[in-house]
Design a protein around this ligand. Structure first.
Ligand SMILES: [Zn+2]
Length: 220
């Protein structure tokens, strides 16, 4: 086995003419030419050195290109990944924008409801104030009514006192009347008794003409 003098690829001598990697001519010098002149050998050495140097530079470039390709692939896959993430984020953003719009709509609805409620509250407040005013009027009226009732009660008490006094007076008068009636009855009984006595006396003394107390005197 031998190595290519330029790129050091292994090869079997006398099986190929050129290196399959760098294309360097691998055929030996033909022996029929005899000894190769010194100047030609030196020129061939210079040529080989130049080719080796160029090959090294090219190989270095190849390595750099491979590295850059690898980096490019990595970045492409990273780009693909971030593009996917970006799309997901875009979708999320759209969903969140929808949600935000929905929230804004709800906020507007709440604001409208709040305005309505505030209007209702103002109406209720007005009604309460009106009721308070009426209540104050009612209390004033009630106070006046209470005073009137108190006055009437006082009047009633005075009338009752007068009535009681008159009742007492009436009782006294009735007692007096009863006493008078009793007296009158007694007088009548006395008169009847006296009349009976008089009749008895007249019947026992018929000749004697006696004038009654109630008869008219003769000289009149
Ligand atoms: Zn080679």
């Amino acid at each position: 086995m031998a190595n290519c003098p330029v790129c050091e690829t292994e090869y079997t001598p006398e099986t190929i003419e050129n290196c399959p990697v760098c294309g360097w001519d691998l055929t030996p010098y033909p022996p029929t030419l005899g000894e190769i002149p010194q100047s030609y050998q030196e020129k061939a050495q210079t040529n080989l050195a130049w080719s080796r140097k160029k090959w090294d530079i090219m190989a270095d470039h190849q390595r750099q290109i491979k590295q850059l390709q690898a980096q490019l692939e990595t970045q492409q896959s990273q780009y693909g990944e971030s593009h996917k993430i970006n799309q997901q984020l875009q979708k999320q953003l759209e969903i969140e924008q929808d949600q935000y719009q929905e929230s804004q709509r709800q906020v507007k609805q709440f604001q409208e409801q709040l305005a309505t409620l505030q209007g209702d509250y103002q109406s209720i407040l007005n009604a309460v104030q009106e009721a308070q005013r009426k209540s104050e009027h009612f209390e004033q009226d009630n106070k006046q009514l209470q005073e009137t009732i108190q006055n009437h009660k006082r009047d009633l008490r005075e009338i009752e006192q007068q009535f009681n006094q008159e009742l007492k007076q009436k009782k006294i008068v009735e007692d007096q009347l009863y006493m008078s009636q009793v007296e009158c009855k007694n007088y009548k009984e006395q008169i009847n008794e006296l009349q009976k006595k008089l009749k008895t006396y007249q019947s026992t003394n018929p000749s004697k003409k006696t004038k009654s107390y109630w008869d008219r005197p003769d000289n009149l």
